[in-house]
Design a protein around this ligand. Structure first.
Ligand SMILES: Cc1cc2nc3c(=O)[nH]c(=O)nc-3n(C[C@H](O)[C@H](O)[C@H](O)COP(=O)(O)OP(=O)(O)OC[C@H]3O[C@@H](n4cnc5c(N)ncnc54)[C@H](O)[C@@H]3O)c2cc1C
Length: 397
């Protein structure tokens, strides 16, 4: 190992310059906190693995509720990053197809992250890239070791915000689960960019048909001008029998919308949590945010907006001294639990080999819409009760 050299002490260190970490860093710096972000890649936005779709502000209010900090989060989506606006979700289940009115935005995620990084720097945050965090120890504050320019550095911080996705190096370093324990509670998702898509540009395709993506779905997300993100997510519990890259290649070959499409980038993949919030959102001075707090939507896998919401709330907790777990649980807990209940219902019927086609015949449009958007209401409460695994109904830490 390279020489260990002393480094600064900071009020707060953020591990990971994704949507959660950068949102948190900007809010912390704006609140007067001395904050340093450590990112393992050379540039925020490098290695972006994403379908790049987020709900429009109006749709986001429906899915996440209108409460703060949603407007603050949406104020970040400005400038040249908006590529396309879609109006429908085109959901394929079994032999049925549902066109659900739902406005979405397709964004240039790499450009977005670069802009977010610039805003965080302008607010006073510091960022070190090519700086993978190697280990974390909890002493009086938190001690972080990271590598940069061939040396290993030790940094001590009053707070640590773990925004490093899953598996989380920070969680592992402090003896907590780096990802949900149950392989049904996380998925491997892969995405590739294509040109020449013939899929309608006012819709997003979500394909849950049996055999396409076990325990998940395939998507076509139009970026405009024939460019599209095509991908699929497969539950980790299915990975011993599914090769996701081959499944994606097969999907592209067989799709009538992609007959003349050309693949223009690398297939990239990442694990995402679909478990509902982790229980241990805060351990001492370590706060988990974004994917490492398991904030992704358990049915549709959307994680950008909830990651940013959690980043804001974590910053608020540090600046005001409020309780982060209560803030995040109060803001996203119910919605994620409802979505998890729908996901578990789908696991029991829709994703069961042999039952999928039969179950899909019994599905109503209302149920599909509720499941994908996790709308509340009486039906959702009944689904939650029917699908509850235990006393807390939370993720599997
Ligand atoms: C194929 C795919 C498609 C998706 N499509 C969508 C979509 O269309 N819409 C949507 O809303 N969500 C989508 N998601 C989910 C979304 O990408 C994530 O939920 C979101 O990026 C979470 O943000 P985050 O900041 O928590 O984590 P991440 O975006 O994963 O960022 C974590 C950051 O931490 C860094 N890091 C990790 N470990 C270390 C370390 N040890 N040291 C330093 N840095 C580290 C990483 O390099 C990364 O920059 C998709 C995910 C995948 C995999």
């Amino acid at each position: 190992m390279s020489e260990v050299t002393p480094f600064d002490r900071v009020d707060a260190v953020v591990v990971g310059a994704g949507p959660a970490g950068l949102e948190a860093a900007a809010a912390l710096a704006s609140g007067g906190v001395d904050v340093l972000v450590l990112e393992r890649f050379p540039d925020p936005g490098d290695n972006s693995v994403c379908g790049e779709m987020i709900p429009s502000p109006r749709s986001a209010r429906e899915v996440y509720g209108p409460d703060p900090p949603l407007d603050d989060v949406y104020s970040e989506f400005r400038g040249e990053i908006l590529l396309n606006e879609t109006r429908y979700l085109d959901v394929r289940v079994g032999r049925k197809a549902y066109l659900i009115p739902f406005e979405s935005w397709v964004i240039d995620r790499s450009a977005f992250l670069r802009e977010m990084a610039e805003r965080a720097l302008e607010a006073g945050a510091r960022l070190i890239t090519r700086a993978p965090v190697l280990g974390v120890a909890m002493r009086e504050g938190v001690e972080v070791s990271f590598s940069s320019r061939g040396s290993t550095h030790l940094l001590s911080a009053g707070w640590l915000l773990a925004a490093d996705g899953i598996p989380s190096t920070v969680a592992r370093g402090i003896g907590r689960p780096p990802l949900p324990r149950n392989p049904a509670d996380f998925a491997l998702a892969v995405n590739v960019r294509v040109e020449g898509s013939m899929y309608p540009e006012d819709s997003v395709l979500m394909d849950f048909r049996p055999g396409v993506a076990p325990g998940g779905y395939a998507w076509i997300i139009p970026r405009g001008g024939g460019s599209a993100n095509v991908g699929l997510g497969v539950r980790a519990s299915e990975l011993d029998r599914v090769d996701v890259v081959e499944a994606l290649a097969g999907y592209i070959r067989s799709s009538p919308f992609l007959k003349v499409a050309k693949i223009v980038g690398d297939v990239r993949g990442k694990l995402i949590p679909v478990s509902g919030l982790r229980r241990d959102l805060q351990i001492g001075k370590v706060l988990f945010v974004g994917d490492s707090a398991w904030t992704c939507h358990p049915v549709n896998g959307g994680g950008i907006v909830p990651a940013m919401v959690s980043g804001r709330l974590a910053a608020e907790a540090v600046v005001t001294g409020s309780d982060y777990s209560s803030l995040l649980e109060g803001r996203l807990g119910r919605m994620l639990r409802t979505a998890l209940a729908y996901r578990r219902l789908a696991d029991r019927f829709l994703f069961r080999r042999g039952l999928a086609t039969l179950f899909s015949l019994l599905l109503t449009r209302g149920l599909v819409e509720r499941a994908i958007l996790s709308k509340g209401g009486l039906l959702s409460r009944l689904v939650e009760l029917a699908a509850a695994p235990g006393p807390t109904g939370r993720g599997s830490t």
